[in-house]
Design a protein around this ligand. Structure first.
Ligand code: GLN
Length: 249
């Protein structure tokens, strides 16, 4: 079986609420199935990566300052990342990473941090830093083709607008904007979400969707993954969903 190659960008700066843990989960779930998975780190100052040679590019979330620091570096790779995405490389983006693939992120002081403009959405933070979307969140998704309710933790000032294909519908929490119905951005080879947690530890289906995608791309055969015992993860998620949805009423 092929090796899954992942590029993890700016892990030293964009790693809020355990976002790097997402890579641990993918590696763990691959290892359990005997799938070889290599995660390569890239950060500012490193040699330019060959983006199209990877199966998946991952960027976590970060504070405004970190986003500012990496933005100039990220912009250098606009065309390379665009090319990789167009050729089917998967983009997995959390919060700050999600915002930076849109047109721009306008911070609370009104400064624009340019995004790659890969997608049409844009993000604006309210001028008051106190107005943030913070808390646990439940999102009803259909990325697998059936309904999967995912849970996570959000903490963002940025209000993301202009998303045509959200990752899911908010059952509890805020999502793309304060009290919005939609959360994240989704395409066949893109999952962009505000969910920290780390998100994959709580929602095994997201890892498996991406692992299966990476194994199946460039192949005629659609890979079906061996099932793992996720009873503990599912039980934890059920408790969390019940608690959050009940508290909402
Ligand atoms: N700095 C951004 C915001 O507050 C992103 C935060 C994050 O990645 N959690 O909206």
């Amino acid at each position: 079986m092929k090796t899954i190659k992942i590029l993890h960008m700016y892990a030293d700066m964009l790693d809020l609420y355990g976002d790097s843990g997402n890579m641990e989960i993918i590696k763990y779930r691959c290892q359990k199935r005997g799938i070889d998975c290599q995660v390569t780190a890239y950060t500012v100052g490193d040699k330019a990566p060959d983006f199209s040679s990877y199966d998946l590019i991952y960027i976590g979330g970060g504070a405004d300052l970190e986003q500012q620091h990496i933005s100039e570096d990220l912009i250098k790779y606009k065309n390379d990342i665009k090319k990789a995405y167009s050729s089917g490389v998967f983009l997995f983006l959390i919060c700050g990473g999600y915002q930076l693939m849109g047109k721009y992120y306008r911070d609370a002081d009104g400064n624009d941090i340019p995004g790659l403009g890969l997608f049409d959405y844009f993000t604006i933070a309210p001028s008051s830093r106190r107005l943030r979307c913070i808390g646990n969140i439940v999102v009803r998704t259909k990325f697998t083709g059936r309904t999967v309710d995912v849970v996570g933790f959000e903490n963002h000032g940025g209000q993301t607008q202009g998303v045509k294909t959200p990752f899911g519908e908010v059952l509890c929490g805020n999502g793309n904007c304060s009290k919005s119905k939609a959360e994240g951005y989704f395409e066949k080879n893109v999952i962009a979400t505000y969910l920290h947690g780390p998100c994959l530890a709580k929602n095994p289906e997201i890892s498996d969707y991406m692992i299966a995608y990476c194994l199946s791309r460039n192949s005629d055969e659609k890979v079906k993954l061996k099932k793992l015992d996720d009873s503990l993860e599912n039980e934890c998620r059920k408790v969390m969903i019940n608690r959050l949805i009940k508290n909402k009423k």
